[in-house]
Design a protein around this ligand. Sequence first.
Ligand SMILES: *[C@@H]1O[C@H](CO)[C@@H](O)[C@H](O)[C@H]1NC(C)=O
Length: 279
Amino acid sequence: MDEKRLLAGLVEPAGERRSGPSSTFRRRLRLRVGYIAALCIIGLTVCAFLQPKPLMEVSNWSPMATKEEVAMSKTPIIALEPAKGAARPVHASRRLVPLEAHIMSKCPDAVDCLRDLVLPTMQQVYDKVNFTLSFIGRPTGDGGVECMHGPAECMGNILELCAHKLNPDPKIYLGFTMCISRDYEHIPDRELIEGCALEHAVDFEALNECATRDDGQYAMNLLRDSVQHTKAVGVTKSCTVRVDNEVYCIRDNGEWTNCPAGPGVHDLIIKIEKLSRQN
Ligand SMILES: *[C@@H]1O[C@H](CO)[C@@H](O)[C@H](O)[C@H]1NC(C)=O
């Protein structure tokens, strides 16, 4: 009987037979529907609260993230202030002091030199210097370059030069260079290069394009020019730091040499500030 009543209640047209057992059933049905609807709303609300967090975390790691998002989600190795595009104080009587580091991409002395002297100095006085990263190698008769640690080092040098070409801001290309230098034994493994490019907002595809343009001739010319410049100024050791076109300090075989003023960051900063005030 109950079953019959149930069926009758379901097929009964609306508005008929307001009283009786089937209307009790309808009330029950409405209650149940209401209960289910309430559960759904609570469920959706809980989901809405929980969803955005993981979604936001994912977007920070996404390769589609903008440069700004990537920059904000990472602690940069060097934080140079003010940001690109911000107004710079104008010092009409000041000049940019030439600061140059001559390196080889697979040389442990270059890692120490960038990490302990060049980067901390740049953090403080980047707006007072004209910074150049130059490379050490041997130009060959056929228009190529020979690198002390082999062709892999030449490729590392080329990637660092291309990163500079693509990103004139030293914060970016020095950050990228420092990043791959920390793991210099793996230069130029794709995984390392791609990881450091992502971390420092260097366009990996553009980097690849630069390194392979005109069958690599474009990048080889960049390296050859850099190596020839190093040779012309008489530098042979990685890493040699020059200030105002004079040797300031050399890092060689794990030791600081030729550093009359010492290898201290503070002393180098003082020297650069002094030179920038002279015309
Ligand atoms: C920085 O130095 C290079 C040569 O090393 C020069 O070509 C360039 O014009 C200089 N830039 C500024 C802004 O002084």
